[in-house]
Design a protein around this ligand. Structure first.
Ligand code: AMP
Ligand code: FES
Ligand code: ZN
Length: 309
């Protein structure tokens, strides 16, 4: 197998683009796709600081590496979820990565702030861990990024993440979520960051291959709370479709984005935001979902958590 660009020995085949690349041409392809996302979707410019949400997994570390190589001013932001060994290894991967490259980062620890990890917090508020985790991560990442003067928050979501999320949202016709599923969410309030997903043009296996080529050391394990998650079922279904008809994932997600853009031109979606009466952060309800969660935790769960400690 030869590289379609320079005819050297290819190391990866990309059936969805009907091509194959050698290591340098593959590396160029990956960087080009990220630059195309940043520039084409007007995600951010070199004058803006970008907070990169880094979990210690391959996607977010690859994203951080590419953004810093492209010369963007970045700040790593890691949420320590307090899930035993998994969280300890995740944080270690972030620390080693950052110190080898002299990149700044901040860590927000749930145990330090709430006295418990995400698993106990979720049990305490009677919610599935991933739902409580999403609320806590979104809220803190927004606040911490702005506290550090970063108007943009970048996450490592890739094409597989976005296509499987789209499949889940379509299967359940979750119109609210469909409206919000975009690689760029503009900051519709001065207290909100602009949320961007610069890896959305790249498939998971392309990012994993790039991470290996660049010798990026990341945590391979998935979060223990994600065992049995529907997202894995959707990803698996899309992978089977992709094997049978390369390009299916890309078409599914990119055609959705085209329709979404066309719809937004006819009737732009403006979220109806006010400020949470408890914390002052933007919210669609009187009390934001974070304050509701923390309120439930204080009322019902904290006495029990104190007994557990
Ligand atoms: P996931 O939902 O685990 O697939 O993660 C999607 C993206 O969210 C990652 O690529 C990161 O950018 C971000 N993320 C997930 N977990 C964390 C964490 N504990 N700390 C910081 N960022 C995270
Ligand atoms: Fe949120 Fe696992 S519970 S990443
Ligand atoms: Zn609030």
């Amino acid at each position: 197998m030869r590289c379609r660009k320079c005819s050297a020995k290819a190391i990866i085949r990309l059936p969805r683009h009907n091509t194959a690349f050698c290591p340098p041409c593959f590396s160029e392809y990956v960087t080009d796709q990220v630059q195309r996302a940043i520039k084409g979707d007007r995600m951010f410019g070199h004058a803006e600081g970008v907070a990169v949400a880094v979990s210690g997994g391959k996607d977010s570390l690859v994203l951080w590496e590419i953004l810093s190589r492209l010369g963007y001013r970045t700040l790593g932001l890691h949420i320590d979820l307090g899930i035993g060994e998994y969280s300890r290894i995740s944080q270690r991967k972030v620390e080693v990565f950052a110190s080898a490259r002299n990149l700044p980062f901040v860590v927000h620890s749930l145990r330090e702030n709430h006295g418990a990890g995400i698993t106990e917090i979720a049990e305490g508020v009677h919610r599935p861990p991933c739902s409580a985790c999403g609320v806590i991560k979104r809220y803190n990442m927004n606040v911490i990024a702005l506290q550090h003067g970063m108007p943009v928050l970048a996450t490592g979501h890739n094409l597989d993440d976005e296509a499987s999320r789209l499949l889940g949202n379509v299967l359940h016709w979750q119109d609210d979520y469909l409206d919000k599923q975009s690689p760029v969410l503009p900051n519709s309030h001065p207290k909100l960051v602009r949320k961007v997903k610069p890896l959305y043009r790249l498939a998971e296996r392309e990012i994993a291959a790039w991470a290996v080529l660049q010798k990026i050391d990341y945590i391979v394990d998935e979060c223990p709370n994600s065992v049995g998650s529907k997202m894995f079922v959707y990803k698996d279904a899309l992978n089977r479709l992709e094997d049978a008809a390369p390009g299916t994932k890309h078409q599914f997600y990119f055609q959705f984005l085209d329709r979404q853009k066309a719809r937004a031109q006819v009737s732009p979606i403006e979220p109806d935001l006010r400020e949470c009466v408890s914390c002052g952060q933007p919210s669609t309800a009187e009390i934001c979902s974070y304050c509701k969660l923390v309120g439930t935790l204080q009322r019902e769960a904290e006495p029990a958590l104190k007994v557990l400690k």
